[in-house]
Design a protein around this ligand. Structure first.
Ligand code: GDP
Length: 694
């Protein structure tokens, strides 16, 4: 069956916003106006379709959330879910990887908020073209123009006003389309479905004409031919303006800006028109290339070999494991054999779906540019490439930061042990930043994630979705260990106890690496003094030692380990002896290498009314933090700084108490830094007492 929607009419987009800006409401309206959703669910009624954590669960739909297909003016739009909380930046990165364009949503009162800034930066990193939508124009204090200025000043964007607001707050009644120069109002009875076009009211005419010319000039600047035409004739047609704005949007030299109120059903359709008029199709985005070979490419074309990226995994009660895949090239049919090139595993496509707001559409075939759900890829993880088995390619994976916080967890009733194990396993499969470990020495299950809230949500999902009530321990910081000096030395593992003995001898060199460089293992053994067959055992021993570091039992990072000399015994040497020998050698050397404990440093932004500014800066400084800057935002002071995660536990209630509930804050992982000496002594002492240093 051939494709029904040509590739140039496909849009894969996400909505990025600060929490509470109205993303859920706006997504709902998009589903509603595009006609695929039977009823508008208000967020406060708990029925919003895209909000899957709780509401969808209760309605029995768990799987529409990752990507929902809608159609608008003969275009197919995939709305890819991006989460609202900073704890989930990894989730944002994941969605930015697979979408081609985004709508940055702002609150007309709050404007550019800390998290919008962060997500904006991330989207620039992935070179994602954007539109801006200033929502909540009906709120008291709403001001489209202030937000436009903030987009310029704070985000460094180049916004082009595509609409002009008629009124603000309680007088907001619609928008003027600055391209067609028509006033648009939205019929209240049909909840805004009916858009009424009329002449521009006299009071706005002059200003709108000025902005129309400004738009024309910005469009002309995007393209030489348009610029020449504009110089010669002094004007451009509406088609030419659209062409220029489209080019500028895709080149990311400008951002078309809209405004409205999703909640009051005004201004959403012009935004949808903007999505299809200005955001890129997969054709505009172009080819993808292999991670390890920029010359090996896949074009967005059905005739190319199949290649796609798994970007989200969900487990559903009825369907089992569902993998969301972005297809970059080729086609995919039910029953096709596919190759997971990241994992080196073969699989077969069980079932294919396109997810709509309130139904799943089973597909026989999917095409380049599509975002679809696949059932039957049991081994596939988030970030894996799946491709044509005969034409393998590994696309760049999605990078996820390692977790920074851990808690121990156990079921409230002993009988639920097994249930908890399988529930945790399935949650970990969905979320690459959530890790589960069982510590056999202390018989504890430890879960780790990106922040306190992240783990709280996991525990809540265990209760709601898996019916396991749990008790959790105190949150603990995920420290790391590393060394600061190079060390070289040897160790002999010799055991003579009756019969056959054990013998292994290795010389290792440990070299500190730049932060973030991870672990590497190099074999420089010459002349077979350690036979090749034992080298993997040496590496295994080193890795084993690194899992639970010699200082405080924390994972060791950023060390290069070189094995360069040693010896063996014809009879007594074996794999086990070399594993043990390397482990012990690493441990001894590590402690001589001026070891250092590392702790996660969080970037913290606290918003407070002016009178609490001193309190906010004090709250950062007293937590071993440093203040990096202060901003003034619409009467609110914004204090930014860096604080060690270990000092941030309980911050949320502490800052609320000292500011009479007036402060809000966001926090996200920034980097690892060394722990001050005295504190690290205390931490290590405590770990030793708990029996966690072996
Ligand atoms: P999200 O956190 O970004 O998904 O935001 P929601 O869509 O959940 O909206 C947060 C709150 O703002 C809800 O109470 C909405 O009803 C409300 N809201 C959303 N859009 C608007 C709007 O255009 N105007 C007003 N006044 N409130 C809105």
């Amino acid at each position: 069956m051939p494709r029904t929607i040509p590739l140039e009419r496909v849009r894969n987009i996400g909505i990025m916003a600060h929490i509470d800006a109205g993303k859920t409401t706006c997504s709902e309206r998009i589903l509603f106006y595009s006609g695929k959703n039977y009823k508008i669910g208000e967020v406060h009624e708990g029925a919003a379709t895209m909000d899957y954590m709780v509401q969808e669960q209760e309605r029995g739909i768990t799987i529409t959330s990752a990507a929902t297909a809608v159609s608008w003016r003969d275009h197919q739009i995939s709305l890819i879910d991006t989460p609202g909380h900073v704890d989930f930046t990894a989730e944002v990165e994941r969605s930015l990887r697979v979408l081609d364009g985004a709508v940055a949503l702002f609150c007309a009162v709050g404007g550019v908020q800390p998290q919008t800034e962060q997500v904006w930066r991330q989207s620039e990193k992935y070179e994602v073209p954007k539109l801006c939508m200033v929502n909540k124009m009906d709120r008291i204090g709403a001001n489209f123009f202030t937000v436009i200025d903030e987009i310029k000043e704070t985000l460094g964007g180049n916004p082009v006003m595509m609409v002009y607001p008629m009124g603000a707050a309680e007088t907001f009644c619609g928008v003027i389309d600055l391209l067609t120069m028509k006033a648009l109002t939205f019929d209240e009875e049909s909840r805004g479905v009916k858009v009424i076009e009329s002449e521009i009211p006299e009071e706005y005419r002059e200003e709108c004409e000025r902005l129309h010319i400004e738009m024309m000039e910005k469009a002309a600047e995007q393209d030489e031919a348009l610029m020449n035409k504009y110089f010669e004739t002094g004007s451009l047609t509406n088609e030419e303006i659209m062409q220029g704005i489209r080019k500028g949007t895709i080149d990311r030299t400008l951002v078309p800006a809209y405004c409205g109120t999703a909640f009051k059903n005004k201004g959403v359709q012009p935004l949808l028109d903007g999505v299809i008029n200005y955001l890129p199709s997969p054709l505009d985005v172009g080819s993808v290339h292999a991670a390890d070979n920029p010359g090996l490419i896949r074009r967005p074309d059905d005739k190319e070999p199949f290649a796609g990226l798994a970007f989200k995994i969900l487990s559903d009660k009825h369907m089992g494991k569902i993998t969301f895949v972005r297809i970059y090239s080729g086609t995919l049919k039910v029953g096709d054999p596919i190759y997971n090139s990241t994992m080196d595993a073969e699989a077969r496509i069980g079932r294919l779906f396109r997810m709509h707001a309130n139904r799943q559409e089973a597909l026989e075939e999917a095409y380049a540019g599509d975002i679809i759900a696949v059932v039957g890829l049991s081994k596939t993880r988030t970030g894996d490439t799946i491709c044509d088995p005969k034409k393998p390619i590994v696309l760049e994976s999605i990078e996820f930061p390692a977790p920074v916080i851990s808690i121990s967890i156990r079921p409230s009733s002993r009988g639920d042990n097994e249930k908890l194990g399988s529930a945790l396993h399935s949650l970990a499969q969905e979320d690459p930043t959530f890790i589960v470990k069982f510590d056999p020495e202390t018989s504890e299950t430890i879960i780790s994630g990106m922040g306190e809230l992240h783990l709280e949500i996991i525990v809540d999902r265990l209760r709601r979705e898996h019916n396991v009530e749990c008790e959790v321990g105190k949150p603990e910081v995920a420290y790391r260990e590393t060394i600061r000096h190079m060390v070289d030395g040897e160790y002999k593992h010799v055991k003579q106890s009756g019969g056959r003995g054990q013998y292994a001898h290795v010389c290792l060199r440990l070299e500190p690496q730049e932060p973030g460089h991870g672990f590497s293992f190099v074999n420089e053994v010459k002349g077979g003094v350690i036979p090749n067959e034992y080298i993997p055992a040496v590496e295994k021993g080193v890795i084993k030692a690194m899992e639970s570091g010699p200082c405080g039992g924390f994972p060791v990072v950023d060390v290069k380990v070189v094995v360069h000399y040693g010896s063996y015994h014809e009879v007594d040497s074996n794999e086990f002896a070399f594993v043990e020998c390397a482990r012990q050698c690493f441990k001894n050397l590590f402690l001589k290498g001026n070891p250092l404990l590392l702790e996660p440093i969080m970037s913290v932004e606290v918003a407070v009314p002016e009178e609490y500014m001193g309190t906010a800066t004090g709250s950062i400084c007293s937590r071993r933090g440093r203040v990096e800057g202060m901003d003034d935002k619409a009467g609110t002071k914004l204090v930014r700084g860096f604080v060690p995660l270990g000092e941030m536990f309980g911050y949320s209630s502490a800052i609320r108490t000292v500011t009479q509930g007036r402060a809000t804050f966001t926090m996200s992982f920034e980097r690892y830094e060394g722990v001050p000496f005295e504190l690290s002594e205390t931490i290590i002492e405590k770990r030793k007492k708990e029996g966690k240093v072996r």
